[in-house]
Design a protein around this ligand. Structure first.
Ligand SMILES: NC(=O)c1ccc[n+]([C@@H]2O[C@H](COP(=O)([O-])OP(=O)(O)OC[C@H]3O[C@@H](n4cnc5c(N)ncnc54)[C@H](O)[C@@H]3O)[C@@H](O)[C@H]2O)c1
Length: 331
C-alpha cells in the first residue's frame, strides 16, 4: 500500500505515520509538508531506528496544484491532514485559511482523481457545527462560527462531491479534541497543562472549569484512519460520508486539571482566570455512526492516555520544553 499523508510532520501526522508503519506490513508513506508548523526533525526523531527507509518526506505546499498532481502519482490512498488548523488565525486571515484549507483540499482531490488514487481520507473537526446542544453528531445542521469551521465544512462538501461526481472513495472524519505525544508545539489543553506543570508548577483554567470536552487519544484516531484505509472498497455505504470521532465521553476541564496535577510529584497549583469570550461550554461527540458502520471503538482511557503524554513530555529535556515555540493551537 502506498499512502500519501499531507501535513505528516504535524502532531497527528507524526503519530499516524508511526502507527501505519507498524500496523500495515510493507506500506510505503510519502509525506508532504510545508513545515509552516510541523518540522522534518519531529518526524525523523519519531522514526529513528525504525522504518526510515519506508518514508519519503517532501517539502511542498498543497496550494501548489502541480505539486499535488506530481506527488499523488502511484499513490493508493491519501490521508489529508495539512491545514491551517487554528480558529483565531482563521478569524485574523480568512483568505489564508481558505487558500490552504479549501483550495489545498480541492487541489488534492483533483490530483487524486487524475492519478487514479482509490481513497481520500480528510481530517475535519467539530468546528463546522458551531454551537450546538451536545452531543454533536452527523445529523445536526452545520452552523460554523469561524472561517476555520466554514473551510472545513466546504472541504467535507467537496469530499462528498468528488465521490458523487468522480467515484473517489472519500471519508471526512470530524476529530474531537486530540491529545498524545509529539505535541510539543501544540497549545491544546492537555499539552498545555503538562507543559505548564513542568515549567511553572501552575495550571490555569479559564472560567470555573465546568466546561467540557471530548478528549481522544491520538492512537485511537490513527486506528480509525487505519480502518478507513482497509475497509472493503466494494461496499458503498461509507464513501462520501462524514463521521464523528471521539470517545463519546464528556470531561470537565477542572477534572482534567486535577488528573494532570496528580501525575506530578511536586506541588502544582490550579489557578482560575476569567473565562474566554466565545468559548463553547459543553462539547462531546456522538460516535455511534463510526461505531456501527466502521467498527470504531476508542480504546485508550483518559487516565491512561494522559499518563502516556505526561511520560512523553517528562522524557524530554527541560530546556527543550522551555524553548519550544507554540505554533499550533487547533482545538
Ligand atoms: N489536533 C486536534 O485536536 C484536531 C482536532 C480537529 C481537527 N484536526 C485537524 O487534523 C489535522 C491535523 O491537525 P494537527 O493537530 O496535526 O495540526 P498541526 O498543525 O500539528 O499539523 C498540520 C501540519 O500541516 C502542515 N501544513 C500547514 N499548511 C500547509 C500547506 N499549505 N502545505 C503543506 N503542509 C501544510 C503544517 O506544517 C503541519 O505540519 C488538521 O487538518 C486539523 O484541522 C485536529
Amino acid at each position: 500500500m502506498k499512502i500519501l499523508i499531507t501535513g505528516g510532520c504535524g502532531f497527528v501526522g507524526v503519530n499516524l505515520t508511526r502507527y501505519l508503519l507498524k500496523k500495515v506490513q510493507g506500506c510505503k508513506i510519502t509525506i508532504v509538508d510545508n513545515f509552516s508548523i510541523g518540522r522534518r526533525e519531529y518526524l525523523e526523531e519519531a522514526l529513528k531506528g525504525f522504518a526510515e527507509d519506508r518514508v519519503e518526506i517532501i517539502k511542498g505546499d498543497i496550494r501548489n496544484r502541480a505539486l499535488c498532481e506530481d506527488i499523488s502519482k502511484g499513490i493508493d490512498s491519501i490521508v489529508h491532514l495539512a491545514a491551517q488548523a487554528g480558529v483565531i488565525p482563521s478569524i485574523e486571515d480568512p483568505f489564508y485559511d481558505c487558500e490552504v484549507n479549501v483550495i489545498g483540499t480541492l487541489n488534492l482531490l483533483h490530483a487524486a482523481v487524475k492519478n487514479g488514487v482509490e481513497r481520500f481520507i480528510f481530517a475535519s473537526s467539530n468546528a463546522p457545527l458551531g454551537e450546538q446542544s451536545p452531543p454533536v453528531s452527523e445529523g445536526k445542521t452545520p452552523k460554523p462560527l469561524s472561517p476555520y469551521g466554514a473551510s472545513k465544512l466546504a472541504c467535507e462538501a467537496y469530499c462528498s462531491a468528488f465521490y458523487g461526481s468522480y467515484g473517489l472513495k472519500t471519508i471526512a472524519f470530524r476529530f474531537s479534541n486530540a491529545y498524545g505525544p509529539y505535541s510539543l508545539h501544540k497549545n491544546s489543553v492537555i499539552a498545555k497543562f503538562i507543559k505548564d506543570g513542568i515549567l511553572k508548577g501552575r495550571l490555569t483554567i479559564y472560567g470555573d472549569g465546568t466546561q467540557t470536552r471530548d478528549f481522544i487519544y491520538v492512537d485511537d484516531l490513527c486506528h480509525a484512519i487505519y480502518l478507513s484505509l482497509t475497509l472493503p472498497a466494494s461496499s458503498s455505504e461509507y464513501w462520501g460520508e462524514v463521521f464523528h470521532l471521539g470517545t463519546g465521553k464528556e470531561t470537565r476541564i477542572i477534572d482534567l486539571a486535577v488528573m494532570v496535577k496528580g501525575l506530578f510529584d511536586k506541588k502544582i497549583e490550579i489557578v482560575f482566570e476569567p473565562e474566554r469570550k466565545g468559548e463553547i461550554k459543553r462539547n462531546y461527540s456522538d460516535i455511534s455512526k463510526a461505531e456501527s458502520m466502521l467498527g470504531f471503538k476508542p480504546r485508550i482511557k483518559l487516565e491512561e492516555g494522559v499518563k502516556k503524554v505526561y511520560e512523553w513530555f517528562t522524557s524530554l529535556k527541560y530546556e527543550r520544553i522551555k524553548n519550544a515555540t507554540v505554533l499550533s493551537g487547533s482545538e
